[in-house]
Ligand binder design. Structure first.
Ligand code: KIV
Ligand code: ZN
Length: 500
């Protein structure tokens, strides 16, 4: 089997999704889980873009072992120097430098000649090589570039010392067959290409990122750039879980393998969803809530008789288990801790005590506590620990002949502020009361509520996107009462904005 290297860019391209803003602690947590998942390269960030990104890449480089840590840099000295400063303590550091190569981007964005672009690429690779032997060069918008120029710049980058050549479909325009042919042509026409790894980095604007990536693999690509849950700029990037499970499920035809521990896939997907606030659509391949659910009688009948009648993936392969320990209000701390550990959470005693308290409150309201409920409790606790404003109290009143009203109490550094407001509905009144208490006027861009589990006693999971002073932020909140879940999500977004 030919080995495919998995390059994860959740923390770089994934973080470019509108509204995602992860702090250093959250990025470190995701990077640690990516290492557990077995990715070969973690693109930890773009250090020149902000002090926060620099700090996160530095922390990941110091703490996350067993994988290559890459930092992104434009093809300019100051970016490359900053990238190196951030990754120099990594076990295996990589500088990933890129420059636009399509005529449209060279003309309108860079405003340079092709010769100047080529010189910049060569100088950047050389500078990066003076720091580390592992240098990746990307031709941004490769798929809309003049192919002759592409061959030339790739050959020059290889001569200057690049060890990985990346061919991004930056705007997601390629048909799979076309992209496969481009890779084949690059392999046949670029001097020195046989000595380097060919990589692809495809965007999903037309929903073809995974398909074009597979076409690349069929034509000799051996590094795939991808993100958890397909996060990324605009419509996102190639989804890691999909491409890995295609390689695994269709090894008969593709003859490829990866080093991914597929049993960690679900856990990684949920962690990323929880920390970014981006929910996974239920019908998403591999990690969606319905990916292994069978609804119709014919399908249920088939699967009950023999799983493979309608299931090509074994859910256990991606880390889904049916919990054997049923947690309810009579369960003790031991069973609770054990279940959390089985789910991959290692909490401190203090965190465990707080989560256990919340579990008991929930168990009083719900008969059976599922794994999804437990994950929601841990997520809520983590959000509340790092919150600037904490929700202390909420009361809402509404009747068909009265304007809804909400009263909230928020605590900040020991001081409690109480505010009341009226609104179009209870959620609206609650958000207005929060606005009064924090002194901000956010613009609500999206609001989404779903149930974590089935049943009328299920917890509501609210995801919110706000725009505050030109910045977009996402928030998430979970509670059995959807008004309180909404208040928590709204406040979570405000807290994220304030901590930025
Ligand atoms: O989409 C793209 O071209 C990129 C490059 C920086 C690799 O993200
Ligand atoms: Zn990209």
């Amino acid at each position: 089997m030919d080995r495919v290297y998995i390059f994860d860019t959740t923390l770089r391209d994934g973080e470019q999704s509108p509204g995602i803003s992860l702090n250093v602690r959250e990025k470190l947590e995701i990077a640690e889980q990516l290492a557990r998942l077995g990715v070969d390269v973690i693109e930890a960030g773009f250090p020149i873009t902000s002090p926060g990104d620099f700090e996160a890449v530095t922390a990941i480089s110091k703490n996350v072992k067993g994988t290559t840590i890459a930092a992104l840099a434009r093809a300019v000295d100051k970016d490359i120097d900053r990238a190196w400063q951030a990754i120099q303590e990594a076990e295996r550091p990589r500088i990933h430098t890129f420059i636009n190569t399509s005529d449209v981007q060279i003309k309108y964005q860079l405003r340079k000649t092709h010769e100047e672009v080529l010189d910049m690429a060569v100088a950047a690779v050389k500078r990066a090589r003076s720091y580390t032997p592992d240098v990746e060069f990307s031709a941004m918008d490769a798929t809309r570039s003049d192919v002759g120029f592409l061959y030339k710049i790739f050959a020059a980058a290889i001569k200057a010392g690049a060890t990985v050549i990346n061919v991004p479909d930056t705007v997601g325009i390629m048909l799979p067959e076309e992209f496969g042919r481009l890779i084949k042509d690059i392999r046949e026409n670029v001097t020195g290409i046989e000595d380097v790894t060919i990589s692809v980095h495809n965007h999903n604007d037309l929903g073809m990122a995974v398909a074009t990536t597979i076409a690349g693999l069929e034509n000799g690509v051996r590094q795939v750039e991808c993100t958890i849950n397909g996060l990324g700029e605009r419509a996102g990037n190639t989804s890691l879980e999909e491409v890995v499970m295609i390689i695994e499920t269709r090894k008969d035809t593709l003859g490829l393998s990866t080093g991914i521990k597929t049993k960690e896939i679900i856990r990684t997907s949920r962690l990323v969803s929880r920390l970014t606030g981006y929910m996974v659509q239920p019908n998403k391949a591999v990690v969606g809530a319905n990916a292994f659910a069978h609804e119709s009688g014919i399908h249920q009948d088939g699967v009950l008789k023999e799983r493979t009648t309608f299931e090509i993936l074994d859910p256990r392969k991606v880390g889904l288990t049916k919990s054997q320990i049923i947690l309810g209000k009579t369960s003790g701390r031991h069973g609770f801790r054990q279940r959390l550990e089985d789910l991959g959470y290692k909490l401190t005693d203090d965190e465990l005590n707080k989560a256990f308290e919340q579990f008991k409150i929930l168990a009083d309201k719900k008969n059976e506590i599922t794994d999804e409920d437990l994950e929601a409790i841990v997520a809520e606790e983590a959000r509340s620990t790092s919150a600037i404003y904490k929700l202390e109290y909420i009361k809402t009143c509404s009747a068909s002949d009265e304007t809804p009203e909400a009263t909230i109490k928020l605590k900040r550094e020991g001081r409690v502020t109480e505010k009341t407001a009226k609104g179009d509905g209870q959620v609206d009144a609650t958000c207005k009361a929060i606005d009064k208490a924090v002194g901000l006027k956010p613009n609500l861009l999206s609001y989404n509520v779903s149930a974590i589990t089935t049943g009328l006693d299920a917890q509501g999971d609210v995801s919110i996107k706000l725009e505050i002073g030109g910045t977009q932020v996402m928030g998430r909140g979970v509670h059995t009462d959807i008004i309180e879940a909404s208040a928590r999500a709204y406040l979570n977004a405000i807290n994220k904005y304030l901590s930025k």
